[in-house]
Structure formats: C-alpha cells, structure tokens
Design a protein around this ligand. Structure first.
Ligand code: IMP
Ligand code: MG
Length: 436
C-alpha cells in the first residue's frame, strides 16, 4: 500500500494529526497537499506536546516531508516552526517545499482580517491567517510563489506589482494601514535566503518514492465539509481537502493513491460560522466541549459540538472514496448514558433524507433526525482491542460501519499516542514492530 491519504471526514479537528503521526511510523514520506497555517495538528509524544501548522506531522518522526504545490505557505510561520523543531532536536533537513506553493504575504493576512470585519454578521469565521486571499491571488494569477524567492530581482518586482494594487484596496476599501514597499522587500529577502534550501521538485520526489515502493502518506488538513467545492460553501476553506486533492496538490496521478482513510470523531465539532444540523442543544454541548477539550489549536476559539452526523459522514465517504474510517475520541462519550446519533435530515419540504442535501437552503434548514443508542457509561482507559470494548461501545462502532458501509479500522480512546485500538484491516496493513 504505497500511497495512503488521511483525510478529515467532518469539519476539521477530527484528530488527523494523531492518526498521521501513527501511520508515519511506518511511512517513508509524509506530504501535505493543501491548506496552510490555518491547520493545527497537536501531537503528544510522551511528555512532549507538538503543535504544528505548516510542516507535515511526519517531521516529528524524522520522516521526509513534502509541502506540496497545493499548499499556501506563510514564510514567517514556516521558519518559526523550523526553528522551534530544530531547537527541540528535530531535524528539518528532509523537509521539501514545492516551488509552486504560493506564499502568504502580509497583505493577505491584513485583507483576511479586514474582510471578516467588513462582513460583520455574514463573516465566515476564518482563522485570519490569509488563506483565502492567498488562494484568491493564485486563481487570479497574481500570486507570489515559493520559487520566486530564488531570484531577488523577481521577488522585489512581484512584491512591488502586488503592493501597488493591494495598498489601494487596504486604504480605500478596508480603511486600514498600507504596507511600505521597502519594509516588505527587506523582510522577504531575509525569508528568501532561509527558504531556498527547502525548495525542491516535490512532484518528482513523491513520484520516485512511489516507484521505489516506498510508503507515502498524504496528510489532509481541515476536513471534507470545509472543502471549497464540496463543503458547506461559503463557510469553507479555500482549498480542496478531499482525498482527490492529494493528487493535484502534490502532482501525482490519482491512480497512485491506494488507500483513503477518513478520520472522524465519535461526535462532531465545528469552528467558525455556518449551519450545523446535529449541533447539541443544551448543557451537553458544554459537557462535550470540556471533556473533549474542544478549543481551536490555531485560534483558541471554542469549538461548537454536535452529536455524530451520519448523513454528513456518508457524504464524506462518497466524496473521498473512503476505504476505511478512523473513529477518534470515543472516550469523550463515555459519560453519557444515552447517545443521540443523527441518521437522517428532515427537509423544509417535509421529506426525510439520508443523503446530504445538494442545495444550501435544504441544508441550512435541515432538522436532524436522531436515533438514540445506549451509552456504555464506563471509562475506556484499560481497553486494549476493539473486541475488548464494552458491548455498547462496540455496538456504537458497528452501527457506524453499517450505516456508512465502511470499515472502522481504528478507534481512538484517549489523547496519548498509545490510546488507539486497531481493527483487522489496519492491523494487516500498517501495524508492524515499529508501531507500539
Ligand atoms: P480559513 O481556512 O482560515 O479561510 O477559514 C475558513 C473556515 O475553515 C473557517 O470556518 C475556519 O474555522 C475553518 N478552518 C480552517 N482551518 C481549520 C482547521 O484546521 N480546523 C477546523 N476548522 C478550520
Ligand atoms: Mg486542527
């Protein structure tokens, strides 16, 4: 199984970082294919906590890492991450950055912030890291790419051209401070020197690795419902987290991908605005948030919490072509005697559907149809296998499998690296002596 995608099956924050970290032990190369520092992966190794945003999680396991052409990179954040990792004894010598990845420039951040302010009640609730404006400039063909740092003259010229326009927007439309050309140029020339050694032909690196039979992991950021094309537009991110994004975002053919592992929490969370049918009403919302520690890695915002939404998850299984599912944070539900699960939506027309609505008004007004299942109401701390789960917890997992027609290959029962239970499929594919 040389090519495996790990993709968020909900609205992000499903615990992908932990799954990728686990799979990375048995991989040779780990690649990010979209997004930028809006992502926040938390990995706990022993007593150490790592929060990384820009560099693929595999770096912590000393794996070669690729930041693909589909990503947007904030050089300041990337270099700060490099420094932090190096200072903690983790080498970045095998971090490879695609020259075609776009750079997040200071005006992207300023525009992201100003435009959210301007939208007021209609705001998207972005991470304000400049993601949307950077991708917009990419599509407009006026973006600055990582490879532009190779030539100081080109870099200066591109910054000059961009600023001439962006400053007008900033001052006249958003009524905020413009940027001084020389300051930006000087800052980016400094970054440029430090970025150069990381620039590589990443499509070729990945292709060669696959040809040599190496195991390549593609690490998605955000999640399926935040996908620009397929998510809950406009409350989405500006790239394609879905599994097929791995092919374009790294520069390989889709036939090089063999396995697609969706990651979903045993419940659902969402940060930012937008409709959320299975959002928990009442005090259980805060209870789930507290127990699950549901606060954003990047922004520290409270995450909205909902019961597991199988309509949305079925949609994710379809869009990604999931070959298996990792169900994380099952332990968070241990305090509940009864657990509602959303199995269908009631639409404004009165119709009940098990399929995700393709039109926004239906989705915005969808009422969740819950089926309540028995909780297990006991801790999962000492459970060592899926078969060893309390009966009600096993039933919960089987229920998800039946509804999705996708095998649950992994169950998360706690935040430590060790707290995962492997299903048969997973055992066969990924577990060897190096995974403990
Ligand atoms: P942006 O990606 O910063 O433009 O934000 C767009 C939407 O995606 C907002 O609702 C964000 O809260 C959400 N989002 C972006 N990155 C993440 C993430 O890593 N986890 C969860 N939500 C995210
Ligand atoms: Mg996150």
């Amino acid at each position: 199984m040389p090519g495996t995608v790990v993709v968020g099956a909900q609205w992000g924050d499903e615990g992908k970082g932990k799954i990728v970290d686990l799979l990375a032990q048995n991989s040779d190369l780990v690649c990010r294919y979209q997004g930028g520092p809006n992502a926040g992966h938390t990995i706990i190794v022993g007593d150490e906590t790592f929060k990384i945003r820009q560099i693929p999680t595999g770096v912590i396991s000393a794996k070669a890492s690729v930041i693909g052409n589909g990503c947007v990179v904030d050089p300041e954040i990337f270099l700060a991450e490099v420094d932090e990792l190096e200072s903690r004894g983790i080498s970045t010598a095998e971090v490879y950055l695609s020259g075609s990845a776009h750079l997040i420039m200071p005006w992207h951040v300023a525009i992201d912030q100003a435009s959210e302010r301007r939208l007021g009640k209609l705001q998207i609730g972005t991470t304000k890291r400049g993601i949307g404006p950077a991708y917009a400039d990419k599509a407009l063909r006026i973006g600055i790419r990582a490879q532009d740092v190779l030539d100081p003259k080109i870099l200066r010229q591109k910054i000059e051209v961009a600023l001439a326009e962006k400053n007008v927007w900033l001052e006249r439309v958003y009524e905020v401070e413009p940027f001084a050309l020389e300051e930006v140029v000087e800052r980016y020339e400094g970054y440029a020197k430090r970025l150069r050694p990381y620039l590589k032909d990443t499509s070729l690196i990945v292709d060669r690795a696959i040809k040599e039979g190496k195991r390549v992991l593609f690490e998605g950021a955000q999640g399926t419902l935040l996908d620009l094309d397929h998510g809950t537009y406009p409350f989405v991110t500006s790239s394609n987290p879905v599994a097929s994004g791995a092919a374009t975002g790294v520069g390989i053919g889709p036939n090089r991908i063999d396995a697609i592992i969706g990651v979903a929490k045993a419940y659902v969370t969402r940060v930012g605005e937008g409709p959320f049918p299975s959002e928990i009403q009442g005090s259980d919302q805060a209870r789930v948030r507290e127990i699950g520690a549901e606060f954003g890695t990047v922004t520290g915002r409270e995450r909205r919490c909902g019961w597991l939404d199988l309509v949305a998850l079925r949609y994710a299984a379809r869009l990604n072509g999931l070959t298996s599912l990792a169900l994380t944070k099952l332990d968070v539900l241990s305090v509940f005697e009864q657990i509602p699960v959303c199995v269908a939506y009631r639409l404004p027309s009165g119709e009940t559907t098990r399929e995700f609505p393709c039109h926004q008004s239906d989705f915005h007004h969808a009422e969740p149809v819950f089926e309540t299942v028995a909780g297990w109401a006991e801790p999962l701390d000492d459970v060592e296998s899926i078969a060893g789960l309390p009966e009600a917890a096993r039933d919960y997992v089987s229920f998800v499998e039946r509804e999705l027609e996708v095998e649950v290959s992994l169950v998360g029962t706690g935040q430590d690296r060790e707290r995962v239970l492997f299903g048969n499929g997973f055992e066969k594919l990924y577990r060897d002596k190096s995974v403990t």
